[in-house]
Design a protein around this ligand. Structure first.
Ligand SMILES: N[C@@H](CCC(=O)N[C@@H](CS)C(=O)NCC(=O)O)C(=O)O
Length: 237
């Protein structure tokens, strides 16, 4: 059996969840390596010098290393053409690319403001990171303590940069979901009859927050929930 695909990730990174959704829609096996957000020393040797010290990073079985979630999804599509997530229809492909870019530039920015928007949420997020990682005790404590402080600051900064008040994260996220539901309309997927890059990206971003109250809240929206479940059904467990 060949070496598996390795995903270097943070458990609470929407870009990493995009890649996981892509791997699972394609039915590919992979192993995860949780990266310590402070030092990131778990990142693989061979990562290009000019690459940002960010996750996700994917190492293919042949040793090739790709970084940036969008580039990783394109590399997956090129290497594993089965279960394609590129629509044949040009208009659908354009919409799918638009949705994927919107997830990166807007939705994935809005989401952390509701994960980390309050002190309680920030501490919960830090606990998820600590629980799902295999860091040593000291590292664990610093992720818990330092992580929640940083997350809270990041949230405030994102909202301010987007011209929103410190309590407006939820309203922002719902407005963006309205936009997504508008794009989806009556279709099964953004990609038509099968999930596209846009579906994979949005599904991954939502899965990122599945342990937080905002997920349950968003899943009370029937259109979004039905679509989420349809994509979920396409993901290999
Ligand atoms: N454009 C990148 C964004 C990746 C990114 O911003 N990752 C964050 C985690 S969600 C990160 O690694 N941050 C660490 C840092 O900036 O030090 C992608 O799509 O992969």
């Amino acid at each position: 059996m060949s070496d598996p695909i390795t995903l270097y990730q943070f458990e609470l990174c929407p870009f990493c969840h995009k890649v996981k959704a892509g791997l699972e829609v394609k039915g590919l096996d992979y192993v995860k390596v949780e990266v310590n957000p402070m030092k990131k020393k778990e990142l693989p040797a061979g990562l290009p010098e000019d690459a940002p010290r960010k996750v996700p990073v994917l190492k293919f079985a042949d040793g090739e290393i790709v970084f940036d979630s969008t580039d990783i999804l394109h590399a997956l599509e090129a290497k594993f053409p089965a279960q394609p997530f590129t629509p044949d229809d040009a208009a659908r492909k354009a919409r799918s690319d638009e949705v994927e870019a919107w997830v990166d530039d807007t939705f994935a920015q809005a989401l952390p403001t509701v994960i980390y928007g309050t002190w309680g949420e920030a501490i919960k997020a830090a606990q998820v990171t600590a629980r799902t990682s295999n860091f040593g005790f000291v590292q664990n404590m610093s992720v818990r303590a330092g992580g929640s402080l940083i997350m809270h600051q990041i949230s405030k900064r994102i909202l301010k940069r987007n011209g929103r008040g410190p309590k407006e994260g939820r309203a922002w996220v719902h407005a963006e979901v309205d936009r997504f539901e508008g794009w989806l309309g009556e279709d099964t997927f953004i990609g038509g009859d099968r999930p596209s890059l846009g579906d994979v990206a949005m599904h991954g971003a939502l899965t990122c927050v599945k342990d937080f109250p905002v997920f349950e809240e968003l899943m009370t929206r029937p259109g979004l929930k039905a679509w989420y479940d349809r994509v979920q059904a396409q993901r290999a467990a």
